[in-house]
Write a protein that binds this ligand. Structure first.
Ligand code: 5GP
Length: 188
């Protein structure tokens, strides 16, 4: 997606540890013109699948999932990172290693919001080693729902998450794939 690449080139900041900061337009301040295009693009990429639910993880994934869901006109369910008092005790749980925090955390989904009848599009902001997406796939499997596709805003193609998922047969589509960011950002 050319517009996404333009924003990354202009406003993305590379940090040590292969972390790309996109806080000024995607992850902290959200650029609504770009988000609208992201929603349309994910819709075009996955519209031929029978999708009735979009799944992501709080917090960064929610905006991407929501703008996409507006185009599909389906609900979003997001994984919570901690159990709140008002959450049902009947939930699916998966343990995920966080690339940016370098610790493990649980993602929790109330069982009432995912079932065997769900055909899910997974959406997330970044794909690096694939742990976050693996956690979501685990949850969807626990619910006996099906994964129709995986939409990623920014894939770091020099890390192996995308390859591992595609090798297992998942349809992973990324709006921008970064090949390297050692000396400026190079896209695939
Ligand atoms: P993975 O689980 O695929 O290793 O990493 C993906 C998750 O880590 C994403 O949900 C995202 O929140 C975070 N992440 C991984 N790499 C980056 C990065 O370069 N920049 C930012 N902002 N987040 C990242």
């Amino acid at each position: 997606m050319e517009l996404m690449k333009e924003y990354i080139r202009k406003y993305g900041v590379v940090y040590s540890g292969n972390v790309l900061k996109v806080d000024s337009f995607l992850n902290h301040q959200l650029n609504i013109d770009l988000y609208k295009e992201i929603g349309k693009e994910f819709y075009n990429l996955f519209k031929d699948y029978r999708i009735n639910k979009i799944v992501t993880i709080e917090a960064s994934g929610i905006a991407f999932a929501l703008i996409t869901a507006l185009n599909f006109n389906v609900p979003v369910v997001f994984g919570k990172k901690s159990k709140t008092n008002n959450m049902s005790n009947d939930f699916y749980c998966s343990n995920v290693y966080s690339y940016t925090h370098q610790t493990n955390y649980n993602i929790l989904f109330s069982k009432q919001y995912l079932s065997k009848d769900d055909h899910v599009l997974i959406i997330d902001d970044f794909l690096a080693n694939g742990c976050a997406i693996e956690g979501l796939i685990d949850i969807i499997n626990q619910a006996n729902a099906s994964v129709e596709g995986i939409g990623i805003a920014i894939e770091k193609g020099f890390q192996d998450g995308g390859k591992k998922l595609r090798d297992r047969g998942y349809d992973v589509k990324s709006l921008a794939i970064i090949e390297s960011m050692d000396n400026g950002i190079v896209f695939k």
